[in-house]
Design a protein around this ligand. Sequence first.
Ligand code: ZN
Length: 107
Amino acid sequence: MSRFDQRDLATNPYGKCKDCDTSLATEDAASAHMKETRHAVWVLNPSRERNIERHVSFEIETALDDAFEGLYRLVDSGEVTSDEIEKALASSCYIDEEWRRYVENGQ
Ligand SMILES: [Zn+2]
């Protein structure tokens, strides 16, 4: 079992309603409850896929913050404009392709 795996739904419900406190055993139960009541749900025990998505988002945001800080220093110093950076980013950010290349080349 990895930290990304969904815990056993029999003992760890998928979520809990923010509005009426109902415990929702599965994602389907949560979806049905939201549809029927228009209530919002806390997700307490997300799927493995969702856990991995959250982790990947966190890692990318952290890396982007570092990259943007460095790029902004170039703008701040007057070497380049923000528009020039934006244009360069549009032609150079293919994160999923970069990931595939990274894995294929053995990192
Ligand atoms: Zn509810």
